[in-house]
Design a protein around this ligand. Structure first.
Ligand SMILES: [Zn+2]
Length: 595
């Protein structure tokens, strides 16, 4: 059986649009790795969905005078559009607001409780006597007890930047009606992380040799410096997943607890949609399965500590509560290749100041592979990176267009025109020809090595350097000159270059899927490299939700050297990429910060 690979992708909060920082932080690297493993013939499942719960969504709904459901559905719809435009091939992109996710999350909660990893405790929380309800932290403002700023949020001060203890806020007021809340005791469940400390440490130590240093620092390093403590897992809120116990009305599971469970629930939902209710076990009950979690650095503790702790704590009790046969513990994360942040023109990306490059807006003017290319070469894998419009222009024109696009277009157009629209017959290959083919085909190992380790920048640089080798080869063999005097030599060089391009097309396909498919067609192939995407409406007991799906049927791409033969009929080629005008740099910079 091919190796099962779970690609678990961060769940976007359904209260804001997606910008390039989000894309390069987690969604794009996830898709690149998913496509690579699919080409390797592995059993890939890429899952995620909209994070529909939590107070940022209810705050926005209140501000807009609409409902949380309406806000979440609106943003969810824009995500589905963007992901299709950018070719992010989720096998299932769903939402946390589904009957299935409610059920799976509640069973995880009960399994942890049954196994003794939860306790109850009282906390002080702001309560509105006017509205007769507890107010989440974000609903309370007042004066910062550190710097005195009068419009501080109860959990964080926007002036001094400190995280605040909400109960110490001075002159508190409700954001909803301005009335004064009072502190009241409220009862909550806590996840007993202290009791899971040892097991989580063991889990992390086994991965120490290959995890990124920044991820280890924020997980193993942190919990060794400061041991884990209990964390409240429930809160007083009505938008979310109800606590599945009698007498707990008006309390929900905390969003940080339930959203990560989405990786598991989405896998289960995928199986249910396909009529294979047991299929989820392939990725969750299988010692051969590898689970990769693609997230930004702000999410490291949740994925490297808390989620493994939830899985360890629930053990096989989760299966028992779900009434699944043959209960087993679940597969823990194999890798959490979290990225750092991308800045924009030297400043932090800020949605509220519109200091951002928005996915949707960008794709109204530029092509998806152009974005995928730039976001990969500037991916913040080891340190924060910067989106710079001038750099974007040059990467697009000097690398994507000049090195790769022109190479493919020049060679194919020449073959199409001078060799009757066919791959020329090379006769006997020279040492130089064979050397080029060996160099390029070795890329299937060297690029793969970087891909397996999730070094995507290095993988792309390696593949592009092979395109440079083909250009050098053509400078030496100069078929455009040779055709006038030695048709056989010209044909041999073009044949060799086409073989190399046919292979490079595969190595570049995870990064540049749209243009690789196009090139694949120019080369005369009929079967696409990858499958197709579609959306579908699923109705359950809660509501309707639209899901994005990937259908691998008909995909023919294989991670191996192209075997294109002399005599193959080519299709009329055209340019793969657009060269951009230098004036876009000033135009785009002028847009930044404009409302
Ligand atoms: Zn302050």
């Amino acid at each position: 059986m091919p190796e099962p690979i779970l690609i678990a992708v961060a769940w976007p909060y359904a209260n804001a649009e997606i910008h390039v920082g989000n894309l390069t932080g987690s969604y794009l690297p996830a898709d690149i790795v998913a496509r690579y493993h699919r080409l390797r013939g592995r059993q890939v499942l890429m899952v995620s969905g909209s994070d529909a719960h939590g107070t940022p969504i209810t705050v926005r709904a209140d501000a807009e005078n609409s409902s949380a459901l309406e806000v979440y559905q609106r943003f969810h719809t824009t995500f589905l559009e963007l992901f299709q435009q950018l070719g992010l091939t989720y096998d299932l992109f769903t939402s946390t607001h589904t009957t299935n996710h409610f059920n799976v999350s509640q069973k995880m909660f009960l399994a942890l409780k049954q196994n003794g990893y939860m306790y109850q405790d009282r906390q002080l929380q702001w309560y509105s006597p006017v509205q007769k309800r507890f107010l989440p932290d974000r609903y309370v403002e007042g004066a910062c007890y550190i710097c005195g700023y009068t419009n501080a949020r109860s959990d964080q001060c926007d002036r001094c930047g400190n995280l605040l203890d909400p109960t110490l806020l001075i002159d508190p007021r409700s954001k909803i009606d301005g009335s004064r809340p009072e502190l009241r005791e409220t009862e909550h469940f806590f996840l007993d992380l202290a009791r899971l400390q040892e097991q989580v440490e063991d889990f992390l130590r086994l991965r120490q040799s290959y995890w990124r240093p920044n991820v280890l620092r924020q997980s193993l390093g942190q919990m060794q410096a400061e041991p884990l403590r209990g964390r409240p897992i429930t809160r007083d809120l009505d938008w979310g997943i109800p606590v599945p116990l009698e007498g707990w009305n008006g309390k929900c599971l905390y969003v940080w607890f339930e959203a990560v469970i989405g990786y598991l629930s989405a896998t289960i939902e995928w199986g249910l949609i396909n009529g294979q209710p047991d299929a989820w076990r392939t990725w969750w009950h299988n010692s051969d399965a590898k689970a990769f979690y693609f997230i930004g650095k702000d999410n490291i503790p949740f994925h490297a500590i808390i989620w493994p702790a939830e899985l360890i704590g629930a053990g096989k009790t989760f299966d028992e509560l779900m009434e699944f046969s043959n209960p087993e513990p679940m597969v823990l994360p194999y890798d959490v290749p979290a990225n750092e942040f991308m800045n924009l023109e030297g400043q932090k990306i800020s949605g509220s100041r519109n200091w951002a490059v928005w996915g949707h807006d960008f794709l109204s003017r530029y092509d998806p592979d152009s974005l995928r290319y730039y976001l990969t070469v500037s991916m913040p894998e080891t340190r924060d990176s910067d989106w710079d419009w001038n750099d974007f222009l040059h990467r697009n024109n000097d690398e994507l267009v000049a090195t790769w696009g022109n190479l493919a277009n020049r060679v194919l157009s020449f073959a199409f025109k001078n060799f009757d629209g066919k791959v020329p017959d090379p006769g006997e290959l020279t040492e130089l020809d064979k050397e080029l083919l060996v160099t390029v085909e070795d890329g299937f190992q060297s690029v793969a090595q970087e891909m397996e380790a999730v070094h995507l920048r290095a993988a792309l640089v390696e593949a592009m350097s092979l395109a440079t080798e083909v250009n050098k080869y053509l400078d030496i063999t100069a078929p455009w000159q040779a055709i006038k005097t030695d048709r056989q030599a010209a044909g041999r060089a073009i044949y060799t270059a086409i073989r190399a391009i046919d292979s490079l097309k595969i190595m570049l396909a995870p990064f540049l899927p749209f243009t690789s498919e196009k090139l694949h067609t120019f080369l005369g192939y009929d079967q696409p490299l990858f499958g197709t995407q579609s959306t579908e409406v699923v109705t359950d007991l809660l509501a309707q939700h639209t899901v994005l799906r990937y259908h691998p049927e008909g995909a023919s791409g294989r991670w191996e050297p192209g075997q294109i033969q002399a005599g193959r009929v080519l299709r009329q080629p055209g340019p793969l990429f657009r060269k951009l005008e230098p004036k876009i740099v000033e135009e785009e910079r002028a847009r930044l910060g404009q409302k």
